[in-house]
Design a binder for this molecule. Structure first.
Ligand SMILES: Cc1cc2nc3c(=O)[nH]c(=O)nc-3n(C[C@H](O)[C@H](O)[C@H](O)COP(=O)(O)OP(=O)(O)OC[C@H]3O[C@@H](n4cnc5c(N)ncnc54)[C@H](O)[C@@H]3O)c2cc1C
Ligand SMILES: NC(=O)c1ccc[n+]([C@@H]2O[C@H](COP(=O)([O-])OP(=O)(O)OC[C@H]3O[C@@H](n4cnc5c(N)ncnc54)[C@H](O)[C@@H]3O)[C@@H](O)[C@H]2O)c1
Length: 478
């Protein structure tokens, strides 16, 4: 067994770990990066980038199919599954290549291959070959797709994001289990690429939305083109011929038996903590086995251990992984100085069509607050109609009294851009009235945002306390 002494050990060379490594390194001292699997990050290899590449191909197919609505007749699209997947994989490999180039630039003595586990609060063991004494440790081990145990018997006929982007051709049909972010993005993309898709959800909502009006609109949008089976009561699958026989019981109580080529499992992800032997770390864990940590410093309790990215199970998104990695690495490198890092307004986008977005406080966070809600439907919004993208709704939330903009949920056209606009306003602590003072061009989708803002402002003014509305009454001499 080799022994290495370092100032900081970073477990995991994903987006969070790589950022933590660089931030810790900037303080001088010896920093070691530990990776057990293939380098390249989840985002580039099997996550954000290949999924968006598949969606881009689906968008192209959809544009062809939708063109007739403008009087432009392109004829039926011929979708070549082999070409689609060849582009997805080639472009994906290009993105992975950039990450690998970055890894190559890290001195070999600063990285080690193998699976890390805790032997003590400041000691790690790598497989059976190395002991690392680390004054500080950053846990950046990411997350993995959950696989429902009763589907394990399907073997290679049940897949998740790890296998999907290795396809060399598109399958004829898939049953997608889970109507969350991945189920929606991949299910709709595959459907648009000519794959027969049935999307099974166990609840009555889609994606991570919490506002009932936005959920209703999103469900209607998705169900208009997808075979969406919400409130599904039972899902069983077994190998049958060269495919899978799925037995399901829908919300109507009716049992269906259908054949699909594959099952795509998209029922959520869980942090990669199981093999870390956290019981030797001395850390306090929550009820899910995740270390308790401070979201501003990423420090676990008062220990010398920090956590970042999907591993902490807080907001499993790429920009969060990078921000958290920077804070964790900076504090691990600069210890014992531990400072709060920059935390930004929450923003989330689901790249289905129409897109779903959440900014700042969600509807589910509003219960204890006095809020006004302003909304706009995109059904008659000018530019959205021009582009035949007039579907969805935006609901915006503001604090009564102060008029402070708090957050929004939406499904609708160009939500990824509107989400940024609103997140920037939210982080700058703008009031609704200040947002209405900003310029709006014509004709743009943002005019819909202005309509929602005007309605929000009306609500705020209607709810002004009497003491403010009638303040003239208490002026001396009146
Ligand atoms: C299909 C899909 C699409 C997505 N799309 C988006 C999107 O559009 N936008 C967005 O913001 N987010 C998206 N995400 C989420 C985003 O990819 C993740 O939040 C992000 O990649 C997490 O980064 P990370 O560094 O925490 O984890 P990872 O990149 O997974 O890195 C963790 C690393 O730790 C290593 N590791 C684990 N345990 C050990 C151990 N014991 N010893 C040594 N090494 C270990 C792993 O091998 C891995 O390399 C998507 C995710 C998926 C699955
Ligand atoms: N655009 C993006 O930013 C993006 C894209 C993809 C993934 N991600 C990240 O990856 C994470 C994981 O995505 P995900 O879609 O796997 O998880 P998710 O939590 O978004 O959705 C999982 C869904 O599966 C359902 N489910 C759970 N068990 C089920 C069962 N047995 N049968 C039917 N449905 C079941 C859940 O109710 C939920 O709706 C997301 O939370 C997100 O942070 C982000």
């Amino acid at each position: 067994m080799n022994t290495i002494d370092v100032d900081v050990a970073v477990i995991g060379a994903g987006s969070a770990g790589l950022t933590a490594f660089r931030a810790a390194k900037s303080h001088g001292g010896r920093v070691l990066l530990i990776e057990r699997g293939p380098h390249g990050t989840t985002c580039a290899r099997v996550g954000c980038m290949p999924s968006k590449l598949l969606i881009a191909a689906a968008d192209a197919a959809h544009a062809v199919a939708d063109a007739a609505g403008f009087g432009v007749h392109a004829g039926p699209a011929r979708i070549d599954g082999k070409e689609v997947m060849a582009r997805v994989r080639a472009e994906r490999d290009r993105f992975v290549g950039f990450v690998l180039d970055g890894i190559e630039q890290i001195a070999e003595s600063d990285r080690i291959t193998g699976s890390a586990r805790f032997r003590g609060p400041q000691q790690l063991q790598i497989d059976d070959h190395t002991l690392i004494n680390a004054a500080r440790i950053v846990i950046a081990t990411g997350s993995s797709a959950v696989m429902p145990p009763d589907l394990a018997g399907l073997g290679e006929r049940v897949i998740n994001n790890e296998q999907l982007f290795a396809w060399t051709d598109l399958p004829a049909s898939v049953a997608v289990l889970g109507a969350g972010v991945i189920g929606l993005e991949l299910g709709q993309a595959l459907q648009r690429l000519g794959v027969r898709v049935a999307l099974f959800g166990r609840g009555d909502k889609v994606g991570p939305l919490s506002d009932p009006e936005v959920i209703r609109s999103a469900v209607a949008c998705m169900a208009s083109e997808l075979d969406l089976r919400l409130n599904n009561q039972r899902f069983e699958a077994r190998c049958d011929g060269d495919g899978v026989l799925v037995r399901s019981v829908g919300k109507d109580g009716i049992e269906r038996n259908e054949q699909f080529a594959l099952v795509v499992s998209a029922v959520g992800r869980k942090p990669n903590l199981a093999g870390l032997h956290l019981e030797h770390s001395g850390l306090a864990l929550d009820e899910h086995g995740v270390p308790l940590f401070d979201r501003d410093t990423m420090q676990c309790g008062s220990s010398t251990i920090f956590i970042a990215g999907d591993a902490d199970d807080a907001q499993p998104l790429l920009h969060e992984a990078v921000d958290q990695g920077r804070i964790a690495g900076d504090n691990a490198g600069g210890y014992p100085v531990v400072r709060p890092g920059l935390r930004r307004t929450a923003i989330g986008v689901v790249f289905c069509d129409p897109q779903i977005a959440m900014i700042g406080l969600r509807f589910r966070d509003l219960a204890a607050l006095r809020v006004a809600i302003g909304s706009v439907s995109f059904a008659d919004q000018g530019r959205s109609r021009v582009m035949r993208q007039n579907r969805g709704v935006l609901r915006m939330y503001a604090e009564l009294g102060s008029g402070l903009f708090l957050g929004a949920e939406m499904v609708g056209p160009r939500a990824e851009h509107i989400a940024h606009l609103l997140a920037w306003a939210c982080q700058n602590r703008m009031t609704v009235s200040q947002m209405l003072d900003m310029p709006f061009y014509h004709p743009v989708i943002e005019e819909g945002v202005r309509t929602a803002l005007r309605r929000l402002q009306d609500q705020i003014e209607k709810n002004l306390p009497d003491s403010i509305v009638h303040c003239g009454d208490c002026t001396p001499g009146m």
